[in-house]
Design a protein around this ligand. Structure first.
Ligand code: AMP
Ligand code: FES
Ligand code: ZN
Length: 356
């Protein structure tokens, strides 16, 4: 195949669109897709300050890279989840990326500032903390953004993630979550910052190709706690359909967003009705004590009972190799992102001079 832009031999094929690009032209095409989604879905404006949630993986670092190349004012936030060596290695990737590109990275340290780590939140039945971890992350993304005055939080969710989440919500007929699944979650409360997913129409292979061509150093291993997660099974199933019929994932997700979602309650917005302030942390919630504060309490109790050695035992079990991400069994976020004591924003070290 030949490059769609310059007719040189192609390196990256976009099967669902039957086009391909050489390594020189591909990043420009990728960024143009990101820009097109930002504009078309009115995600944010040129003057907005964007907070990119970075995990150290290919998607979120590719997003941060693309946004800065497109000229947006984008800072990063990394949540130290305390999942042993896996967390330390992802933190390093984020810090190194920020340093190399002269960008600001905020960090929240769960262990130091909140008194628990994600492995303390294992569900009694499934043995997995993934759903709770999702709540914790969303809570802190929102909180850091609200406290530091960012207009919008951007995450690296890609087409594969979104199609798998949609499938999971359909399998379980989570009508409420289905209504709120989308690339833009509008703010419905001054304490809730708008959330966007600029990569939602780009596949995992496409973001990986961007990261490799742009020489982004990302973490290949997956979260060791996500093994056997249902979301991984959904992804595998969608991939096998995609293999036979390129474009299946795209059609499934985009078709739903265009045609299915409007019929569902609360389409595209964080819940507005009945929101009040959590009595512990003050964040918007529908309950007296928000979901995060309840989880944090549970985590601290667990930690007190078992001592603090658990996370490190995980450091040797990190699975290597690329593939779908982790922690996606959690349904789509509700307003209960969580609560807890004031956020633990570890400010970045002295900012190096910008280099691109
Ligand atoms: P996941 O929930 O692991 O599928 O990740 C989805 C998105 O959440 C990523 O693309 C990142 O934007 C963000 N994210 C995941 N983990 C972290 C983390 N530890 N700190 C900051 N952002 C994260
Ligand atoms: Fe949250 Fe793995 S459980 S990243
Ligand atoms: Zn709270």
């Amino acid at each position: 195949m030949r490059c769609h832009t310059c007719a040189a031999p192609a390196n990256v094929e976009i099967r669902r669109s039957r086009i391909a690009f050489c390594a020189r032209c591909y990043p420009t095409w990728f960024r143009s897709r990101v820009q097109e989604r930002i504009d078309h879905d009115r995600m944010f404006r040129r003057e907005d300050r964007v907070l990119v949630a970075v995990s150290g993986g290919k998607d979120s670092l590719a997003l941060w890279h693309a946004l800065t190349r497109l000229g947006y004012r984008a800072d990063g936030v990394y949540i130290r989840l305390g999942i042993g060596g896996y967390s330390r290695r992802s933190q390093e990737k984020c810090e190194r990326f920020a340093e190399q590109h002269g960008l600001t990275l905020h960090q929240v340290d769960l262990e130091e500032n909140e008194g628990f780590v994600v492995p303390d939140l294992r569900d009694a039945r499934s043995g997995k903390p993934c759903a709770a971890c999702g709540t914790v992350k969303r809570y802190h993304f929102n909180r850091v953004a609200a406290d530091l005055g960012y207009e919008v939080v951007a995450t690296g969710h890609n087409l594969d993630d979104e199609a798998a989440t949609l499938f999971g919500n359909l399998v379980h007929w989570n009508v409420d979550y289905l209504g709120r699944q989308g690339p833009v979650l509008e703010s419905t409360h001054p304490g809730l910052v708008r959330k966007v997913k600029p990569l939602y129409r780009l596949g995992e292979r496409e973001t990986a190709a961007y990261a490799i061509i742009e020489r982004i150093d990302y973490i290949l291993e997956e979260c060791p706690m996500a093994r056997g997660a249902k979301s991984l099974a959904y992804k595998a199933m969608l991939n096998s359909l995609e293999e036979q019929q390129p474009g299946t994932k795209y059609g499934f997700l985009v078709g739903f967003l265009k045609q299915g979602r409007a019929a569902l309650p609360g389409a595209g917005a964080d819940r507005a009705a009945g929101l009040r302030s959590c009595v512990r942390c003050g964040q918007p919630t529908t309950a007296e004590v928000c979901a995060y504060c309840r989880l944090a309490e549970r985590g601290r109790r667990k930690r007190a009972r078992s001592g603090s050695a658990a996370p490190d035992r995980l450091s040797r079990s990190g699975r290597a190799g690329p593939g779908p991400g982790a922690g996606r069994d959690a349904p789509h976020p509700g307003p209960d992102g969580g609560g807890g004591p004031r956020p633990a924003v570890v400010e970045p070290p002295a900012r190096p001079s910008p280099s691109g």
